[in-house]
Design a protein around this ligand. Structure first.
Ligand code: PMV
Length: 320
């Protein structure tokens, strides 16, 4: 049996503008994770067990664009499955091993915590190791990005990058990743609206705005990019107050991009009123999560203010 795990993630700064090559910052959230186990099996086929989403099925009974099936299909077709494995099926001339795959995840789905990327990364690692072809981080990251593209249209690649490397990153699409040096660890309270919000929709809507007035939106994305650069400096020098103000500015620009929502705005205000240094939505927006930067001793008060303002759950994490 081979096991692998991958964490959740939050985007700290720069979502949406990152799709247009501006920098963004993101960090792993290791309190939540996707766990995958792959084992040889006597039963013919590749069986997937994901009790959290009530999935118990043989690979070929699932549509090929199913988020989990597509990872396995692509992996088996695109990588060289070792010919020495016990083989049971023939499909397009390729024979596959008999496998039992168990998937469990504590990352809420479609909430901006990177659940899809985490399942993909853990699956790729477990499958490739089990089949004696362990993938490097670079291979896992590149493969996971191809999978994100299948499901999200024009993703920037930030989700798969943070989830693969499990480090806070400064990310520019298409450029080598840079790890952030955190000057002084900082505490983030995450508040979940409980409203699922497909990233593909908000990314598509921002694209429509951009297509209708490129000059205006390029200007907005530039401002977001400047905020992300300043945020990197503030993180590296441990200036929390500045970092909080930059979060507030980033949230205002996300509101302008129409990706906030009354629920997100309510949580952002509640966090600020409860003493957060700054707050913003995180990820695709419309629903999903917001984040608040807090002094550690204020974390509990901010978390309970978020619950009173309608958050379905909160999570406190320290970025180091
Ligand atoms: O909703 P999430 O956390 O997967 O984040 C999406 C981030 C976007 O910038 C909106 C899209 C992307 O591909 O980077």
């Amino acid at each position: 049996m081979t096991a692998s795990s991958a964490p959740g993630k939050i985007i700290l700064f720069g979502e949406h503008a990152v799709v247009y090559e501006r920098p963004a910052l993101a960090a792993p959230v290791t309190q939540v994770h996707a766990d995958v186990e792959v084992a040889d099996s006597d039963r013919p086929g590749i069986w997937i067990n994901a009790p959290d989403i009530d999935l118990h099925a043989e690979l070929n009974s699932l549509p090929s664009d199913h988020p989990i099936a597509s990872v396995i299909h692509n992996f088996l077709f695109l990588s060289r499955v070792p010919r020495s494995q016990p083989l049971s099926q023939r499909e397009k001339g390729i024979r596959f091993p008999n496998l039992e795959i168990k998937i469990a995840s504590t990352i809420p789905v479609a909430s901006g915590l990177g659940s899809g990327a985490a399942v993909t990364v853990a699956l790729l690692r477990a499958l490739s190791s089990h089949l004696d072809h362990p993938m490097t981080d670079e291979e896992v990251n590149a493969f996971a990005y191809e999978i994100e593209k299948l499901h999200h249209g024009t993703p920037s690649g930030i989700d798969n990058t943070v989830v693969t490397y499990v480090k806070p990153v400064y990310f520019v699409k298409g450029q080598p990743i840079e790890t952030l040096q955190v000057g002084k660890p900082f505490t983030i309270v995450i508040g979940d609206t409980g409203l699922p919000a497909p990233t593909k929709d908000s990314v598509g809507d921002v694209r429509k705005l951009w297509e209708a007035d490129k000059e205006k939106w390029e200007g907005v994305f530039d401002k977001v990019g400047e905020i992300a650069k300043k945020a990197r400096e503030a993180i590296e020098s441990g200036e929390w107050k500045v970092l909080g103000e930059l979060m507030d500015q980033n949230h205002a620009l996300l509101q302008e991009m129409t990706v906030s929502s009354p629920e997100l705005d309510r949580l952002v205000s509640a966090a600020r009123n409860a003493g957060a240094l700054g707050a913003k939505l995180s990820g695709g927006g419309r629903g999903g999560n917001m984040i608040a930067l807090v002094e550690p001793e204020k974390a509990e008060a901010v978390a309970s203010a978020l619950i009173s303002a309608g958050a379905k759950r909160t999570l406190t994490t320290t970025v180091t």
